[in-house]
Design a protein around this ligand. Structure first.
Ligand SMILES: N=C(N)NCCCC[C@H](N)C(=O)O
Ligand SMILES: O=C(O)CCC(=O)C(=O)O
Ligand SMILES: [Fe+2]
Length: 343
């Protein structure tokens, strides 16, 4: 449950990552400390910074830099990978095309998702089926993004690359969160999130024409207040612009300024349900009041596409035996959002 937090905690997850393959990780003192910090951050804010995450800094920077190059291309070039319902909602959307609570957002983006083969999830998967659309320019775009995504999640894209992925960052964070809730490290594996669906949004937010505040447009909100849909999000944001804001219990907007070497990590709707609301998916928004164009690459780690999500028994127990939330199917939740997100 969100509190009146005034800032967002920073957690060094190094000890968690190094012990995550040990089935008895919970009894390691270093892990226990991280788990305690995770529990507190998830209860108090639903947001935290992760440092010591192991994704190489040059790669983190490069994905932002290549994203910026794409957004600076002429509009006609970007339209070559236009997002459409027929393309499974994958591809480029122009400024104002994404809608949040009825209001067009001041951002442009490329959306990509785990690729779904035709028929893989029957009618449930149909709206999201299709391959991702990658730009031709800058060259390398696809390779770079796939390498980045594989480090965030642990997915391996090309069967020809036989490397063993040593990162699996999100899966390991979820092992820590399983313990933080008072369950086992493998709570979010198997048919819950053992085949985690991922979403990646590469987002560009124009700067304001005049940073003094004159000449502002009616809507200067880069992305309206929303919650994320899945388990956890990893936000890779420009390191010189503060724009992401998180709402606390009293309704104040608390900034999440960039902290070099970290990701901003936040909880999504499905983790809220599984935890019976012990951990909440906190409202957040983006306002770029800087003169500069801001880039963000958000990676969303989500349940299995067809996962049936309902409060876990031990979480209900921890809530005094009261079940606070109903059931959802993750794929249905995603499709309902995606189908109403666009103008
Ligand atoms: N995949 C995620 N989480 N995307 C977050 C985008 C939030 C804005 C969207 N229009 C909405 O209203 O949800
Ligand atoms: O741009 C950001 O910092 C966050 C974007 C975001 O909240 C989202 O895409 O869900
Ligand atoms: Fe978000």
């Amino acid at each position: 449950m969100a509190t009146d937090f005034k800032s967002i905690p920073i957690i060094d997850i190094g000890p968690l990552l190094s012990k995550s393959d040990d089935p008895d990780m919970g009894s390691d003192p270093g892990v226990a400390q991280v788990v305690e910090q995770l529990d507190r951050a998830c209860r108090e804010a639903g947001f935290f910074y992760v440092k010591g995450h192991g994704v190489p800094d040059p790669l983190v920077k490069e994905v932002r830099s290549i994203a910026r190059k794409f957004f600076h291309l002429p509009y006609e070039e970007k339209l070559k990978i236009k997002m459409t319902p027929e393309a499974g909602y994958r591809g480029y959307q122009r400024l104002g095309e994404n809608i949040t609570k009825g209001v067009p957002d001041l951002h442009e983006a490329i959306d990509c998702y785990t690729e779904i083969k035709p028929g893989r999830y029957g009618a449930l998967g149909k709206p999201m089926e299709g391959p991702n659309q990658w730009p031709q320019y800058p060259p390398n775009y696809k390779e770079l993004m796939e390498e980045y995504i594989s480090l965030c999640s642990g997915m391996i894209f090309c069967p020809l690359f036989t490397f063993v992925c040593s990162s699996e960052l999100s899966r390991k964070i979820m092992r820590g969160i399983g313990l933080a809730l008072g369950g086992s490290p493998s709570e979010f594996e198997g048919d819950r999130a053992g085949e985690a669906f991922w979403v990646t949004r590469i987002i560009g937010y124009p700067g304001v024409p005049d940073a003094n505040g004159d000449n502002k447009t009616d809507n200067d909100v880069g992305c309206g207040a929303h919650t994320d849909y899945g388990l956890v999000t990893l936000v890779n944001q420009d390191d010189d612009i503060t724009a992401l804001q998180v709402r606390n219990l009293s309704g104040e907007w608390i900034s999440a300024p960039p902290i070099p070497g970290t990701f901003v990590c936040n909880i999504g709707d499905m983790l809220k349900i599984w935890s019976n609301g012990l951990y909440e998916s906190t409202l957040h928004r983006v306002v770029n009041s800087n003169a500069k164009f801001r880039v963000c690459v958000a990676y969303f780690y989500e349940p299995n596409y067809d996962a049936a999500v309902e409060p876990l028994d031990f979480c209900i127990q921890k809530s005094g035996g009261v079940r606070k939330l109903g059931k959802a199917v993750y794929g249905e939740h995603l499709v309902a959002k995606v189908q109403t997100n666009f103008a």
